[in-house]
Design a protein around this ligand. Structure first.
Ligand code: FE2
Length: 667
């Protein structure tokens, strides 16, 4: 007689427990156990609890290979899904083996858990396991399928929100919380008569009173400083789109800024030429917006500018906008606006640059370069890597809720009348903007060190996104290196891992659409290449997403950042007034619709998992548990460092504090 001790843990989330009957069968290389019901005195399988059970066999089953888990109905009660976290089995020989599960289980589902150390496909010795591995991927490939959202864009998961399998659905508590938050926001705006109102704003002051309680320190700061040039420049370094400006050593020929125009804004005795040579001039060129047809509003096309904005890093280390041209081709109707123009001319010019920038931020830098890249990697992971694969174990926590939230964004935010669809570009225009951006997207631009170097921003002062981001990149890279090198001691293991090669090839085909000019890998030849790619994926879904997501409400106050502007941009100077600005801004209903979205997307939800937390124990090997602890310690030191730095700043930069970064894209 042999005895196997099972410690079975049920998840601690709401409704994780079940009253259903649970049966387990153990499979070893020398036989299998009886199908055994796990039934102790009292109630089994309650949320957050671990139960201990014994399975007896005639003799040892040899090396333990698989554990089959089945759930049968309790009387005639309706389906009662169960979230099984993990099972730890102690064999008669004294081996303690971890079988991670971490999924919802429904009645009649085939659930067979693999335990022990992570295994690559070429390491499988037992035919039962090799076969199990193949079947698992066949099943996953039939479940997780690709869909073309729009020609020329990254492929996405084929699921509609209502069809998502349990393992990738939102938790019930988070669903309840988001519904509650949405309802609360909607009721407040309705009570105030703002939601759906087609009235125009009568004053900028009125726009400060949209919400009673929804305020942050930063959103308050924005309402007071949105007109300031130094704060305008600051936002291109540490606001929600720190991804666009570049050092400028030569003016583009279509941006004829003269020395005479900008001399007065530079240090006394200096010149534009000298400042460019010193590396103090920066450019934001919105050329990719040029010619994208905007949305029509009341039968008339709206206006989207493809502007150019020149910045000067002044001796006080402040980045100041010094010249703006709103269209690519210089002409008399396309004057170069200057800080010395009337206050409202200059404000309007800055607002048009920000309008195009905010659409680029939401569609490209937020949605496409983080959410959709993450989704493509997530779908490729589900389809190509079995749960026992080391990279599945490492990456799966970084894709939590991503497919769900992207399906929701496609249906709600980008749906007809959704807050993104009412932007100046509208749905079709945003799709075209993403298409253009994807065709130019390079692998190196997703890798922060190269991105910063390519933009010439290595030494610009007070660039906290870069400072914190590079530290996070390095901490992540060092963690990934330790994990990847543990499983792939040499390049030959990388070459032999056909599942890993299928995974990267599918990402290459579906994410970057096979564009070799992007520099994306289509296969891996070396361990180094795997480390870089996995680092990029984890950085993108954690730090980069936090940088472009978490400040949406802080900075989204309408005059500061508007997705929609109604009037044509100015073509001559001296014609505008504050009335023009109010007429240019969206009506009350559209303003609050967009700001409600910003609130929903930047709010902290309670079941947040911070970067590096890995509450799911997926690795059996002690060495891996230690690597995770080291990673967490590094993140914790960085958090202390950032907190201390922020105490010294007038405007603290908090988005890349590891405690504020989620482990995956969930909103
Ligand atoms: Fe997001």
């Amino acid at each position: 007689m042999a005895e196997y001790k099972l410690e079975l843990t049920t998840g601690d989330m709401q409704y994780a427990g079940t009253l259903d009957h649970i049966f387990v069968t153990l499979f070893g290389n020398e036989g299998q156990s009886e199908r055994t019901e796990l039934n102790n005195f009292g109630i089994d399988f309650t949320a957050g609890k671990t139960g201990t059970y014994t399975i007896k066999t005639k003799s040892s089953l040899g090396k333990l290979l698989l554990v089959k888990v089945e759930k049968d109905p309790y009387f005639v009660f309706p389906e009662d899904e169960w979230y099984c976290s993990k099972m730890v089995v102690t064999t008669p020989e004294g081996d303690v083996i971890l079988f991670p599960c971490y999924r919802w289980i429904s009645r009649g589902e085939l659930v067979e858990l693999r335990g022990g150390r992570a295994m690559k496909v070429f390491e499988e010795e037992h035919p039962l396991l090799a076969d199990h591995r193949k079947k698992e991927l066949t099943l996953r490939k039939s479940l997780y399928q690709w869909k073309i959202m729009s020609e020329g864009l990254l492929h996405v998961s084929s699921f509609k929100m209502s069809e998502l399998p349990a393992e990738i659905r939102l938790s019930k508590s988070k669903t309840d919380e988001t519904h509650y938050e949405k309802m609360k926001t909607g009721i407040e705006l309705k009570l105030k008569g703002l939601l759906g109102s087609t009235e125009r704003w009568k004053s900028i002051e009125d726009m400060k009173k949209i919400f009673w309680f929804k305020k942050t320190t930063m959103s308050e700061y924005v309402t007071e400083h949105w007109k300031d040039d130094d704060f305008y420049g600051y936002q291109f370094l540490n606001g929600i789109n720190p991804n666009v400006i570049k050092r400028c050593s030569e003016l583009p020929p279509n941006f004829p800024v003269t020395e005479e125009m900008v001399k007065q804004f530079l240090e006394k005795g200096s010149s534009l030429q000298k400042e460019m040579e010193k590396g103090n001039i920066f450019l934001y060129d919105q050329t990719k917006m040029d010619g994208i047809p905007p949305r029509t509003n009341n039968g008339e096309p709206l206006h989207v500018t493809a502007g150019l904005c020149l910045f000067y890093l002044n001796p006080e280390n402040k980045l100041m906008p010094i010249a703006i041209q709103l269209h690519q081709q210089p002409s008399e109707q396309n004057p170069i606006f200057l800080p010395s123009d009337t206050e409202t001319d200059w404000l309007l010019a800055k607002m048009y640059i920000k309008n195009a920038d905010y659409m680029d931020h939401e569609a490209v830098h937020h949605l496409m370069r983080t959410h959709l890249v993450a989704e493509a990697c997530a779908v490729a992971t589900f389809r190509n890597l079995p749960v026992i694969h080391p990279l599945y174990k490492l990456l799966i926590s970084h894709f939590r809720y991503t497919i769900f939230i992207n399906s929701a964004a496609r249906e709600k935010l980008l749906g007809p009348d959704g807050p993104l669809s009412i932007s100046s570009l509208g749905y079709e225009g945003l799709m075209e903007l993403m298409r253009r951006s994807l065709s130019e997207m390079t692998y190196s631009s997703l890798c922060l060190p190269e991105n910063i170097a390519a933009r010439g921003l290595e030494s610009i002062p007070n660039f906290y996104y870069r400072d914190d981001g590079l530290k996070l990149w390095n901490i992540t890279a060092s963690f990934v290196k330790s994990v990847v090198e543990y499983y792939y001691p040499s390049d030959s293991e990388v070459g032999k891992d056909t599942e890993l090669q299928d995974w990267i090839n599918e990402i290459f085909t579906r994410c970057i659409l096979g564009n070799t000019a992007s520099g994306f890998p289509s296969c891996f030849n070396t361990v180094e290449e795997v480390i870089r790619f996995v680092t990029m994926v984890i950085f993108t879904v954690t730090a980069q997403h936090a940088a472009v997501n978490n400040g949406q409400f802080d900075y989204g106050w309408m005059p500061n950042n508007s997705l929609l502007l109604l009037k044509p941009p100015p073509t001559t100077k001296g014609q505008s007034s504050m009335k023009t600005i109010l007429e240019t801004l969206p009506n009350i209903g559209d303003t609050v619709k967009i700001q409600a979205m910003e609130w929903m997307l930047s709010t902290n939800y309670t079941d947040k998992v911070p970067m590096g937390a890995y509450p799911e124990e997926r690795f059996h090997e002690p060495a891996l548990k230690q690597m995770i602890k080291d990673f967490q310690a590094e993140l914790s030191y960085l958090s202390e460092e950032i907190t201390a730095r922020n105490l010294q700043l007038e405007v603290p930069y908090t988005y890349l504090n590891p405690t504020q970064i989620e482990n995956s894209i969930t909103i």
